[in-house]
Design a protein around this ligand. Structure first.
Ligand SMILES: *Cc1c(COP(=O)(O)O)cnc(C)c1O
Length: 365
């Protein structure tokens, strides 16, 4: 069986250095907000070509902290993509903000910039973009709209470490960008971890306080903050892996290129080929009208796939207040998408086998 993702294999090349880093931190006696976090924050900000990085406990908190720092009035509206993971939307609910769902483009499946303007009202304060599957949203158009209407742009880049948009790194374009280092991500910790990246000095400072009870000095609290700090041990692990992120993303691009040129199946829609080299290819998401049959066929032939995602946010029980909302592009997408295995430790042989097997699906049906 070719697993969708084998984390043991993903981390194996780094295991010796990860173990050394673990021992160093364990023996240091310093477990929270020490040198390891400092060093990683500096390196990751530089990697993203941004001014500042603030380590957080996870990606969901990174987004929550950004929104807390902007302190929009309750009931403010925030534009969000209808096609995303629920973590993009939840922070709005925590803070009494109103998500305004916008449908994706058919081809990229990302936030459709042409549909945003119609949804902007005097209560709109921000646009959240989600760089799903590793591809950057149409930032030129989105930043222009934000500028015209005086809105903040926040990027959920949990799936897009190392992606770029016409030469600009993810993390360097939005007012603030949230990253997750959940173990399955392109840059994954060995536990939970996340970060905010921004070039706004004041915002960075405020988020630095907010992640630590709103406090700059011990026992002096300027804001009603949270506790969402990046652990020293996870920062040390991330620092071991960061120098290899570009190499791993390059390998992902090579694999995506093979999939894109070699897979040919009737009715199977492949991802767009226009910006292969700037996409971080966190996921390789295809569409097929008979997804269930394709998943079963691949499974029967020893290939594990996954679905990102089976049910849109507005159809979740947690968001039942949106149940009657009709978002047909998003809803259809959620019925058709499936993700083929794509990760830096897949071998050329495994890739060839996946391609050949997918291509045999036609004959099957
Ligand atoms: C993984 C992910 C998150 C959440 O990250 P956590 O670290 O698990 O909180 C948010 N948004 C997207 C798009 C994700 O893929």
């Amino acid at each position: 069986m070719i697993p969708f993702l084998d984390l043991e294999r993903v981390n194996a090349p780094y295991m010796q250095r990860i173990e050394e880093a673990a021992i160093r931190v364990l023996r240091s006696g310093r477990y929270i907000l020490g040198n390891e976090v400092d060093e990683f924050e500096k390196s990751f900000a530089a990697y993203c070509e941004a001014g500042y990085c603030i380590g957080t406990a996870n990606g969901l908190d990174a987004l929550t902290l950004i929104l807390k720092a902007f302190a929009f009035p309750e009931k403010s509206e925030v534009i969000v993509p209808a096609n995303t993971y629920i973590a993009t939307v939840l922070p709005l609910s925590f803070l009494g903000l109103t998500p305004v769902f916008v449908e994706p483009e058919e081809v990229t499946m990302l936030l459709n910039p042409e549909l945003i303007e119609d949804k902007i009202t005097p209560s709109t304060k921000a646009i959240i973009t989600a760089d799903l599957y590793g591809r950057s949203c149409e930032m030129a158009r989105i930043l222009e709209l934000a500028n015209d209407y005086n809105l903040k742009v926040i990027t959920d880049a949990a799936q897009a470490h190392g992606a770029a948009y016409f030469g600009k790194k993810t993390g360097s374009m939005a007012h603030a960008t949230a990253f997750s280092f959940y173990p399955t991500k392109n840059l994954g910790a060995l536990g939970d971890a996340g970060a905010v990246v921004t070039s706004d000095k004041e915002l960075a400072q405020k988020i630095r306080y907010l992640r630590n009870y709103g406090s700059a000095l011990r026992y002096q609290n300027e804001y009603k903050g949270m506790n969402s700090r990046l652990d020293e041990i996870q920062a040390a692990f991330l620092h071991v892996k960061l120098p290899y992120l570009d190499k791993e993303n390059k390998r992902r691009r090579q694999m995506a290129s093979r999939y894109l040129t070699e897979i040919q199946v009737k009715n199977l829609v492949l991802p767009p080929t226009d910006r292969i080299q700037e996409d971080a290819w966190h996921l390789f998401v295809v569409r097929h009208p008979d997804r269930t049959a394709l998943i079963a066929f691949l499974e029967a032939n020893g290939i594990q796939t996954d679905v990102h995602y089976p049910l849109p946010v507005h159809k979740q029980e947690a968001y039942k207040e949106y149940k009657s909302l009709k978002l047909p592009v998003t809803e259809k997408m959620h019925q058709e998408v499936l993700s083929l295995p794509l990760n830096p430790v897949l071998t050329e042989e495994e890739l060839t086998y996946i391609i050949q097997t997918v291509n045999r699906f036609d004959a099957q049906t």
